[in-house]
Design a protein around this ligand. Structure first.
Ligand code: FAD
Length: 517
């Protein structure tokens, strides 16, 4: 087949969260719902299941859903979704002392934009008043709202909006189903249920088509690999290597269980709860009709049997007799994410342990960048490829550093946690940042790259929450705006009092959405 100068057909292989989100994002950005200038085809195997996990999202999901034209109430109803305001990290700081747990919150944002006025050093220097006031409580009402099981907004608040930032917990299987229906019914995405059995390359080494079990050869100008861990196109056919980061992030398995509520009106937590364990941690995500719970662990430090036992003990009597599922995790990323006329998005491109629920966010980011930079003409495609690869290498490296940060700051002393603090496992980039931050507040100067996945605020919540030792005393004079800081902390207190009185519980808000939405 002759190489075309204009690219007008895109083939996406794989229909999990990555495949369908990418299809929706591309179809919307390239106006496929309005004209046929570009044809998008998605091929999904009816035999290979999706990974079926991936329930925690970031606030960017609100914008993504609005962009692709999905109504918030419909999304909540169809995906068993709930509102997420934060991650609560339990026993990460240290082993529980005398049976007493410790915790802190990583919120999505604070009331004040820290790039405008950075309250963190003032909190650190004791200007927030009450010494027992945590950083999260000093800068936002949301940690307390989470403690009280409150929602981030009122039923009357405009869809996708709210005073307090929020994301969602969702049922991954239902989410893919909803996206598939939306893409095929409203966005003009062509769907083929079939197995790709072979990938064909042209004389330039680009992909010219994929052979399927029952539908023959499907040709295309551009291919998106969303085949999950198998990375059928980018990894296998184009032979792009995988860079493992298993020597930095030490967990390699997850065992999961889905636990129904014992009461249909049971409280639903409005944060992901992450509880540190002897050789890893457990996530606990409250959806509308069940909890999704998973134990992420290192098989070098814990047997699979013990990992499952600890998961079921944590899940409680409701989990008795339920099926668990063990998932092997290979952490790392492809040496390139875009090669010739193929981009990998989702697990086919990269995976790190789900501590900060970054994977779906990075799927949104990758599909946005591809959609906005789609090389309609072949001229200039190499430059688009280079930009995409640089950007995503940066994003994944930063994500790895940020996840590792949680382990490095912990004072837990089980062998797994000690191994995590071994110097040889810590990236140099993270070591350099920590040395800098031990005497300087984290500031916008540390986040000059527009592709930074975790903003300044995320670092403040984790560093301050984990009790990072930062000596700002010799620099006290550099923070003279004490009155402004005190007023700001007082304002947060007032907003918190108001929020706590005013907001419904997460369950009450969800019930209202289901009844009236
Ligand atoms: P999959 O879901 O594996 O989909 C692959 C698709 O490719 C399937 O449709 C399959 O049928 C198709 N396919 C494969 N081979 C072929 C073939 N030959 N022919 C045709 N089709 C084929 N992310 C978050 O953001 N938040 C979280 O809280 C979170 N938790 C996680 C917990 C765990 C334990 C794990 C492992 C991951 C978690 N993730 C999380 C990551 C998240 O699950 C994934 O990033 C997301 O689901 C995207 O998966 P995917 O679509 O790339 O792959």
């Amino acid at each position: 087949m002759a190489i075309k100068a204009i690219l007008d057909s895109i083939v996406i292989v794989g229909g999990g969260t990555a495949g369908w989100l990418t299809a929706a994002n591309l179809a919307k950005s390239l106006n496929c719902d309005k004209n046929d200038a570009i044809k998008i085809t998605l091929i999904e195997s009816p035999n290979i299941p999706t990974i079926g996990v991936g329930e925690g999202t970031w606030p960017t999901m609100r914008k993504t859903l609005a962009k692709i034209g999905i109504d918030e109430s419909e999304f909540i109803k169809q995906c068993g979704a709930s509102f997420k305001q934060a991650t609560k990290f339990v026993n990460w700081k240290s082993n529980p002392l005398n049976g007493e747990n410790n915790h802190y919150y990583h919120l999505f944002s604070s009331i004040y934009d820290p790039t405008d006025f950075n309250l963190s050093p003032y909190w650190k220097l004791g200007y927030a008043g009450d010494e027992s006031l945590t950083y999260a409580n000093a800068v936002s009402p949301q940690a307390l709202c989470c403690e009280l099981g409150l929602a981030p907004k009122q039923i009357t608040t405009k869809a996708y909006d709210g005073l307090q930032s929020y994301a969602y917990h969702l049922d991954a299987g239902k989410f893919s189903e909803m996206l598939k229906k939306h893409c095929t019914e409203n966005l003009n995405v062509h769907f083929i249920a079939d197995d790709v059995i072979d990938v064909c390359l042209d004389e330039t080494g680009s992909i010219s088509g994929v052979n399927t079990q029952n539908s023959g050869l499907i040709e295309g100008d551009f291919f998106v690999d969303c085949t999950g861990f198998s990375s059928l196109l980018l990894g296998k056919a184009l032979n792009i290597g995988f860079k493992s980061v298993a020597d930095t992030l030490l967990t390699d398995y997850a065992v999961t269980v889905q636990v129904p509520y014992d009461d249909p009106n049971a409280d639903i937590s409005s944060c992901t709860i992450s509880t540190a364990q002897e050789a890893g941690w457990i996530w606990d995500i409250g959806l509308a009709n069940r909890r999704g719970i998973g134990h992420v662990y290192s098989s070098k430090f814990m047997s699979h049997e013990d990992a499952e036992r600890i998961l079921l003990e944590y899940a409680g009597p409701q989990a008795k007799g339920l099926m668990t599922r063990k998932i092997k995790m290979e952490v790392g990323y492809r040496e390139k994410f875009w090669h010739k006329n193929c981009v990998a998005i989702g697990l086919s491109a990269a995976f790190v342990e789900p501590l900060e629920a970054s994977a779906i966010f990075l799927i949104e980011a990758a599909s946005n960048m591809l959609a906005e930079q789609f090389p309609r003409q072949r001229v200039g495609m190499e430059h688009a490829e280079r930009k995409f690869n640089e950007s995503f290498k940066f994003r994944w490296d930063k994500t790895i550093d940020f996840i590792k940060l949680h382990y490095v700051l912990s004072k837990r002393d089980d062998p797994f946690w000690r191994a995590n603090k071994d110097e040889t496992t810590i990236p140099d980039s993270l070591k350099a940042q920590l040395a800098h931050w031990s005497v300087q507040p984290v500031s916008n100067y540390d986040f000059a790259n527009v592709y930074e996945p975790f903003p300044l605020e995320s670092y403040q919540f984790v560093l301050n929450g984990m009790g990072f030792e930062q000596n700002l005393e010799p620099s006290r004079a550099l923070f003279p705006m004490v009155d402004k800081a005190t007023m700001s902390f007082d304002k947060v207190k007032k907003i918190t009092e108001f929020a706590v009185k005013d907001l419904p519980t997460n369950r009450a808000l969800l019930n209202k959405v289901h009844q009236h939405g």
